[in-house]
Write a protein of this length. Structure first.
Length: 167
């Protein structure tokens, strides 16, 4: 099993999106790798963490044969369902199957929100929730509906979300 996680805040759950409490474990059971290795943590600006390096590392390991499709294409049915209904299709090809465009799904976690997070469709929902709930955190997950690849792309705080343009 692949395990690169050395981050302080995701230690308890291996590669899964989860905090110490385990309260963020569902439905975004998604691979996050380590946000802290190779300088990958928060280089992008205030209140935002990019997981691109961790994601690319997993993709590299897959293409080198260190990880199998079973290891990396394990999106839960609920995550696939949310991706189908609330996801935003991107122009990015799936790095694993290369047969479909990736879909981005945003989840919000925080006080007053379901322990499993709330899936959000439009950017204005994100901004509205960020204004109403300054302690919320937002996670963007990329999902392939073809092969079930999934990985965390970005985390941002409510303060960062409020700076996003409405769309
Ligand atoms: Zn795919």
């Amino acid at each position: 099993m692949y395990r690169t996680d050395t981050s302080e805040c995701h230690k308890s759950s291996g590669s899964r999106l989860s905090r110490e409490s385990g309260s963020l474990s569902y439905p975004v059971e998604v691979r996050i790798g380590s946000p802290s290795f190779a300088g990958g943590r928060a280089p992008t600006g205030l209140g935002q963490v990019e997981y691109r390096l961790a994601r690319d590392s997993v993709v590299r390991d897959f293409h080198k044969g260190r990880l199998s499709r079973i290891d990396v294409c394990d999106a839960q049915r609920e995550l696939l369902r949310v991706a189908e209904h609330l996801g935003h299709e991107t122009e990015i090809d799936c790095p694993i199957c290369e047969e479909a465009h990736l879909v981005h799904v945003t989840f919000a976690f925080g006080p007053g929100l379901p322990p499993s997070g709330r899936a959000l469709g439009h950017n204005r929902e994100i901004v509205g929730l960020a204004r109403a709930n300054p302690d919320a955190s937002f996670y963007i997950v990329e999902v392939c509906r073809q092969c079930s690849w999934n990985h965390l792309v970005r985390m941002f705080t409510a303060a960062a979300a409020r700076r996003r343009p409405l769309s």
